[in-house]
Design a protein around this ligand. Structure first.
Ligand code: IMP
Length: 197
């Protein structure tokens, strides 16, 4: 088993990564369980940069394989906002306030201009320090009200084909989501490099 540290202690993310990587012979441990107490400032201007900042900070200490992800929502009519500020948009960490703010900022914006996407960047550093990056995107539109009980963050206002991503089951969302896509690219890469060894 190749041991990998996930640069997060979020149990939801840990489960998602484990489900995809363990069948490939990877043991995924959270940063907390690996005893690494470091929280670098995520001051990059892109999701890719922020995922690299997190992965490098842990690799420097652990010197074993590391995975870090960074994700968020880009709304075209807002020039890509909230982007890398998704988790703290409007100066708060409250999901409902985030959703209200996006809806308010899009008042009067017609359907065809409400395009948006979730983006997920993953940085993987292998035990030898080789760095790779994987990007997944999930396209949709911003709705006019919050809908659905699943998911988290901006899911209740993110509309795909008539339903919000908070109305999808976790399985339906994983099959098409930014994180699901980036994770499958990472899994393909690990699979390929394992079979070359
Ligand atoms: P992070 O990747 O944990 O830094 O997530 C950043 C923020 O982006 C989250 O706090 C959410 O607000 C938003 N976000 C990322 N992925 C999703 C998603 O799948 N659904 C809804 N919101 C998301």
């Amino acid at each position: 088993m190749t041991k990998m540290i996930l640069a997060s202690s979020n149990p939801h993310k840990l489960r998602e990564f484990r489900e995809i990587l363990e069948p490939l012979g990877c043991e995924v441990v959270s940063q907390k369980d690996a005893g690494i107490d470091v929280e670098p400032e995520e001051n990059g201007s892109t999701f890719e940069e922020n995922s690299a900042i997190k992965a490098r900070a842990i690799y420097k200490i652990a010197k074993c394989a590391v995975i870090a992800d960074d994700s968020g929502l880009e709304v075209d009519a807002l020039g890509g906002e909230p982007g890398v500020y998704s988790a703290r948009y409007g100066g708060t960490r409250d999901d409902i306030a985030h959703n209200d703010l996006v809806i308010k900022k899009l008042e009067g914006v017609p359907d065809e201009k409400r395009t948006a996407r979730f983006v997920c960047a993953i940085t993987y550093i292998d035990a030898d320090g080789n760095e790779s990056r994987f990007l997944g995107k999930f396209e949709g539109r911003i709705g006019y009200e919050m809908r659905g009980e699943h998911g988290f963050g901006y899911d209740p206002i993110f509309m795909v084909g008539g339903i919000s991503s908070a109305e999808m089951t976790p399985e339906e969302k994983n099959a098409v989501s930014h994180r699901g896509k980036a994770l499958r690219l990472l899994a393909d890469y690990i699979n390929r490099t394992n079979s070359e060894d």
